[in-house]
Design a protein around this ligand. Structure first.
Ligand SMILES: NC(=O)c1ccc[n+]([C@@H]2O[C@H](COP(=O)([O-])OP(=O)(O)OC[C@H]3O[C@@H](n4cnc5c(N)ncnc54)[C@H](O)[C@@H]3O)[C@@H](O)[C@H]2O)c1
Ligand SMILES: C[C@@H](O)[C@H](N)C(=O)O
Length: 373
């Protein structure tokens, strides 16, 4: 049968599009067949759906990385310790294992993921597993598997069990042909890293599942995230975390990006709050399903100047890593997040001075700050 005719027949079997612009999942799932990997017609029947008055039951994948433990702590304060399950393929340190529910979950194992969702009556899923930009370039096939195949598993489980799904994207989803200063939500996206390609794929697949199956997919493009009590996992913006450790410990830092490399950045507290705010936003306030979010934008030199105000003897030197530099040179310099601010009221708390003070206080350099002031 000619493809166009077949498509007309399929579309003809579908119900009218509801006002929200979504198609319901059931007719399509019937059309797709009955493989366990496919979304069943009666997907909602299986789910313990979140009524809006109950607390969500949360699963975080890839939770032992830079952001996951902070997210678990943040969500546990809001929803209760036992309602938030952290998962990863790595062994958790004692304090994390004893701090709340932890479970092994490999996102490449679809059955394992589905079992966890069913057995724990999960209603919200935060999908944090990924290989970041620099480490992804060193392990392209693993990055492709984790970031793309893993995402497919997560999307299918989420659609099958009617979950609200958060997938973070990144400034790395843009490339050298995107406008860089500022970078709007909607513009050309031709990233040159496997990380960026996989994140554009995640944005598009999530939005497709939303419009096609009604999946409640929500996505923020994070800037480089700066945290005090967790280590970054192999990205291009890692220097902006390491610099604080080295400044406090040794009074000096060797930077692997050029002094003039401007990138969007955010303190972790703002990142976690943005994540919860977009997850709690009423669906009708979301004019899009993927938003830029931003806080500040700086170069290594700007950061060093701010550190010097607190640690007058601080020294920065440069030993440029060509892989990371090429990645950074293709990324946004400033991020336009006006849609997030307009639609669901996003507002950051931390600019560069507050970031530096907070990070130094955390690393125990209060004495030096006091002396410098
Ligand atoms: N940290 C940032 O600056 C930043 C910025 C933009 C977007 N993001 C996104 O936020 C998310 C979390 O970032 P992060 O910095 O915590 O990453 P990270 O690299 O620190 O942690 C990723 C985690 O994924 C886990 N993982 C790897 N393979 C897995 C598998 N097969 N199954 C389950 N888990 C697996 C790893 O063990 C690791 O703990 C990622 O999706 C990342 O792309 C982070
Ligand atoms: C920006 C972000 O996605 C990550 N920190 C990286 O540099 O790869």
């Amino acid at each position: 049968m000619p493809v166009a005719r077949m498509l007309r027949q399929v579309v003809g079997q579908m119900p009218g599009r509801p006002a929200c612009g979504c198609w319901t999942s059931a007719p399509l799932a019937r059309f797709l067949g009955t493989s366990p990997r496919q979304i069943p017609a009666d997907a909602n029947f299986y789910s313990s759906s979140f009524s809006g008055t109950d607390q969500p039951r949360v699963l975080i994948t890839g939770g032992l990385g830079q952001l996951g433990v902070g997210l678990a702590n943040f969500l546990r304060k809001r929803f209760g310790k036992d309602n938030v399950i952290l998962s990863d393929i790595r062994k958790p340190p004692d304090h994390i294992f004893h701090g709340g529910p932890f479970i092994y979950s490999d996102i490449l194992d679809y059955k394992n993921l589905r079992e966890i969702v069913v057995n724990n009556r999960i209603t919200w899923l935060f999908h944090y597993s990924a290989l970041l930009s620099a480490i992804g370039e060193a392990n392209v096939s693993l990055a492709r598997a984790v970031n793309i195949t893993g995402l497919h598993n997560v999307l299918d489980v989420a659609a099958e069990h009617n979950l609200r799904l958060f997938v973070p994207s990144t400034i790395g989803a843009f490339g050298p042909t995107s406008p860089r200063n500022p970078t709007p939500d909607i513009c050309i996206q031709r990233p040159r890293t496997i990380y960026g390609v996989s994140k554009v794929h995640a944005e598009l697949m999530g939005e497709y599942y939303h419009y096609r199956y009604g999946l409640d997919f929500r996505c923020l493009r994070y800037p480089g995230i700066i945290s005090a009590d967790s280590q970054p996992g192999g990205g291009t913006t890692d220097y902006a975390v390491q610099i604080f450790h080295d400044a406090v410990k040794n009074g000096k830092f060797e930077c692997n990006l050029k002094s003039s490399t401007r990138l969007p950045m955010m303190y972790i507290d703002d990142c976690l709050r943005a994540t919860l705010e977009v997850m709690e936003a009423p669906a009708e306030s979301l004019s899009m399903r993927t938003y830029n979010v931003n806080a500040m934008s700086f170069t290594p030199e700007d950061l060093a100047q701010e550190l010097l105000k607190h640690i007058p003897e601080f020294q920065i030197t440069y030993n440029v890593d060509s892989v990371r530099q090429a990645i950074a040179d293709s990324w946004p310099m400033n991020f336009d997040d006006s849609n997030a601010r307009k639609d669901w009221g996003w507002k950051h708390d931390f600019d560069l001075p507050e970031l530096v003070t907070t990070m130094l206080n955390f690393h125990g350099s209060d004495t030096r700050v006091a002396q410098a002031n």
